[in-house]
Design a protein around this ligand. Structure first.
Ligand SMILES: [Fe+2]
Length: 509
């Protein structure tokens, strides 16, 4: 396994320090000087991509966000192209309750979220930031904006991760070792219910650990933007008609996706199938909405570019009807409107996989014709806690009835599958069709490890037309490391111990 030298560590972590904060037990960080009168920090400052979608010089964004106990304090963020900083951003803040709404005392427990938007940024440049509070420097670090067209990029992708297992830490460490420009999470980022307190416990301490190590996690989030998509574990309640829903009646801190994340804001302002909510106390929902601002419900779908690639990120939860004309019109426009060489689509529930658990959740197959029409190269998914890579495939649905049934998980979509069996990712690198990559082995308990060595089991229903999976690996956890250099792409699957378990090269004519 490749170890990181101290010099590399300091270089990549940017020497990011939390100068005026020290661990205070139970995931809290306190000011080191008694007179600083700063609230306890529950989440240390972290980087998010912010609202920008298309690549525009002098118009890129980053967000510096953090969370404290609910006590007032004045913070500012200084930033700039050098440690002279020069620009100041004043954070927006919003408090919301955490804990179980039904448990006495929990509802009074609040957390205050801060986010400072750094705007008007140049592309492909390193920006330094410094969080200041009550005249003290709390933290300083750096992050790099998105690369312009023509520049190489490298990113990591994984899903189904943060649940407290040691494997989460290993994957976070491998992600860090890969030195990515950004992380693309494929959903089920936080277990069990997408709650704020689960983010504070299982996500931030691992993906923004102070020290990098296979069993410690890594200091990623303080300098690397992290994208994710909505998934079923973000919405574990049920609404009155049986759909998955953010359940505020049970948990005051449901749907933390919309308050912890700051992702591009170019999706439909009111999605055709918005994330449903259940809430007995309107005050709790109002707090959430004030904290999320216009990110809820808009941030369910978004797209962005980086280097020569375009990424379309979609909510594929059970309440979404992918045959919706409004959703399809937005997707068509988004994909038609980019001149990127490479097009990725990212959503959680895989349309094409051969696992036993989620095979029938095929509703996103309804979008295959649109994706093919616009030259989508790779679809990234999670949900199945395995690694599965399909052959390049084209799919023509013949009956969309089940795809539009939103309150069920039995959504088989029949149709005609055309499989490119010549592509091998080594000699034959020009695919005819879309490669679907399920990379849901990011930390939670693996499914079907015994399939790894039995290619005859890489099929759900027998028949040659159903043999579309080229590689299935589930012996250990893993993540995808994807590099794009002009008209060539390399996808490597790396296991939790740093070993390469799959590699393909994809090229364009
Ligand atoms: Fe899932």
């Amino acid at each position: 396994m490749k170890q990181i030298s101290r010099r590399e560590f300091l270089h990549f972590a940017g020497g990011v320090t939390f100068l005026a904060l020290a661990p205070n037990g139970q995931g809290l960080f306190a000011a080191t000087e008694a007179d600083a009168r700063l609230p306890l920090f529950t989440v240390l400052p972290y980087i998010q991509p912010g609202s920008a979608s298309k690549l525009k010089e002098n118009d890129d964004t980053l967000v510096v966000a953090w969370q404290t106990e609910d006590a007032a304090a004045d913070f500012t963020v200084a930033y700039g192209l050098s440690k002279k900083y020069g620009q100041i951003a004043v954070p927006i803040q919003g408090a919301r309750a955490i804990g179980d709404a039904a448990v006495s005392g929990d509802a009074a427990l609040k957390r205050r979220n801060y986010n400072a938007a750094l705007t008007g940024l140049k592309l492909g440049r390193k920006y330094y930031y410094q969080v200041q509070g009550k005249g003290k420097v709390i933290a300083e670090g750096y992050a790099t904006t998105r690369q312009p067209r023509g520049r190489k990029i490298r990113f990591v992708a994984f899903g189904d991760n943060s649940n407290g297992d040691v494997s989460d830490h290993r994957i976070a460490y491998q992600a860090y070792v890969a030195k990515p420009d950004f992380v693309m999470n494929t959903g089920d980022n936080v277990y069990q219910s997408g709650l704020d307190r689960e983010y504070a416990k299982f996500f931030f301490p691992i993906y923004d650990a102070t020290t990098a190590g296979p069993e410690l996690g890594a200091p990623l989030l303080r300098s690397v933007p992290f994208y994710t998509v909505l998934a079923n574990h973000d919405v574990t309640g049920r609404d009155a008609i049986g759909r998955e829903a953010g359940d505020f009646t049970k948990h005051s801190d449901a749907l933390a996706y919309y308050t912890a994340m700051h992702l591009p804001m170019n999706g439909p302002a009111q999605p055709a199938d918005s994330t449903p909510t259940v809430c007995a106390d309107p005050a709790v929902l109002a707090q959430f909405q004030a904290c999320a601002g216009d990110r809820f419900p808009r941030m369910a779908n978004y797209s962005f570019d980086n280097g020569d690639a375009h990424f379309l990120c979609l909510d594929a939860n059970a309440y979404v009807d992918p045959t919706s004309p409004a959703l399809q019109a937005w997707i068509e426009q988004d994909l038609a409107d980019t001149d990127a060489h490479w097009k990725f689509v990212v959503y959680h529930q895989p349309a094409f996989n051969v696992g036993q658990e989620h095979y029938k959740e095929q509703h996103m197959r309804a979008l295959s014709p649109i994706f093919e029409k616009h030259g989508v190269d790779i679809v990234l998914n999670g949900h199945e806690h395995t690694y599965q890579r399909t052959m390049p495939i084209q799919f023509e649905p013949t009956d969309l009835t089940n795809a539009s049934h939103t309150a069920t998980r039995d959504r088989i979509v029949p149709g005609k599958l055309t499989i490119d069996r010549e592509f091998d990712g080594k000699e034959k690198t020009l695919p005819r069709g879309i490669i679907h990559v399920t990379t849901g082995a990011g930390g939670n308990a693996l499914y079907e490890p015994e399939f790894t060595d039995s290619p005859d089991r890489w099929v759900f229903t027998d028949g040659p037309e159903n043999h579309f999976v080229s590689k299935f690996y589930s012996r250990e956890h893993s993540l995808s490391v994807i590099e794009i250099d002009g008209r060539a792409l390399t996808l490597r699957q790396i296991n939790e111990f740093g070993k390469e378990i799959d590699r393909i090269r994809v090229t364009k004519a």
